[in-house]
Write a protein that binds this ligand. Structure first.
Ligand code: KG4
Length: 353
């Protein structure tokens, strides 16, 4: 089956074409015929402006599509498009594009939850090679989804069924990284910038700063909160600016490291607690923040100690892309879960179920 994937939930426009067979299991095989992503540049705004991003998607999607179509002019068997969660104006850009293609080609459409895309992506082995398959893993699977818009712990007791067991009560962890970066005068997206500073502090063996809070670490639930941590970073900057102005590079690096460690502590400890509570056999992580080296290494070490399998996709597939949308589209198409093109709806808060 050939599936065209379309992604436009935030600031990355994506078009992908896959050919897949075998269903959800060991027989599954797919090849990525096309995989195009156009990343917008929002550095000068310090964040994403939904209407600016929407116009970029409207411009980018047809360009990426034409590039793909030069090599693969035939119509696919189905179209998969992200309908949420995300920024609604952006989601509508992808949906309208899918609707036009569906009506020209007369092919069915699958409405895809972006978060399921990140989950499925981490279940894939050899994703960067021409023939991908599913990792061998066991359910229940616990997914830690960490991105600019989401921070959730999701339990899958079986394939394609999800229960959200915890989520952030305020900022997403990626949003906290982005805001801390802005406070330190670094460009958007801030995650990789903060991670770089933190790495330098570790390499230099800089002494630790007084610890930042680990919000909700000791509460007996699986929810998160990052806005207090972000405010604590602001207070630390204000206090230091009374001593030195402008801030030294050393202090910025020490603060970035302390922030990254506080965020990692909460994410890792809550994940381990959820593993114990739900008897998960496998943990996976996905979303932009899962590209973070330090968080990955902390998760790897703790899950190895707990004797639980850990799945994470190559860094270049952690951020938003249409390949993951096409993959979910394939598995959902096999279950005949199609939506009439005129019924497609953008839902900024779409839940996993
Ligand atoms: O999944 P994603 O591409 O899309 C959105 O949810 O918007 O995630 C983007 C987020 C941004 O907040 C970015 O700062 C963060 O992922 N991010 C990182 C790293 N790379 C990207 N955060 C921490 N460390 C990184 N290495």
């Amino acid at each position: 089956m050939r599936i065209l994937g379309i992604e436009s939930s935030a600031d990355d426009s994506g078009i992908a074409l896959i050919e897949a067979e075998g269903g959800f299991g060991p027989e599954f095989r797919f090849s990525a015929l096309a995989h195009e992503v156009a990343t917008q540049r929002h550095a000068e705004y310090g964040g994403i402006f939904p209407n600016v991003a929407k116009n970029e998607h409207i411009k980018n999607l047809p360009l990426l599509f034409e590039k793909m179509q030069k090599r693969f002019p035939e119509k696919p068997d189905a179209i998969a498009v992200t309908t949420g969660p995300g920024l609604e104006p952006c989601l509508w850009a992808g949906i309208s594009f899918a609707q036009r293609l569906a009506s020209n080609w007369r092919v069915p459409v699958v409405s895809v939850n972006h978060l399921e895309g990140h989950i499925i992506m981490s279940m894939i082995e050899n994703v960067s090679q021409s023939l991908g398959k599913l990792h061998a893993f066991e359910f229940p699977v616990l997914a830690l989804l960490i991105s600019g818009g989401n921070t959730q712990l999701v339990l899958a007791r079986e394939a394609m069924h999800y229960e959200v067991i915890g989520k952030t009560r305020d900022d997403a962890v990626g949003e906290a990284f982005d805001k801390v970066a802005r406070m330190l005068g670094l460009p958007y997206p801030g995650g990789p910038e903060v991670a770089n500073l933190a790495r330098r502090a570790r390499e230099a063996g800089a002494p630790p700063l007084p610890p930042l809070p680990r919000p909700m670490l000791h509460e007996h639930n699986f929810d998160f909160s990052f806005s207090g941590l972000k405010t604590a970073v602001l207070r630390a900057i204000e206090a230091q600016e009374r001593i030195e102005y402008p801030l030294s590079d050393t202090f910025k690096q020490q603060l970035a490291r302390e922030f990254e460690e506080a965020a990692a502590d909460v994410l890792v400890k809550k994940t381990i607690r959820a593993v114990e509570e739900y008897g998960a056999s496998t943990v996976l992580t996905g979303g932009g923040v899962s590209a973070n080296e330090f968080i990955r290494s902390r998760l790897t070490a703790s899950l190895e100690e707990a004797g639980v399998a850990f799945l994470v996709c190559p860094r270049e597939f952690s951020t938003d892309n249409a390949l993951m949308i096409a993959l979910v589209g394939y598995f959902r198409a096999l279950r005949n879960e199609f939506t009439a093109p005129e019924d497609l709806m953008a839902d900024g808060n779409l839940k996993l179920c």
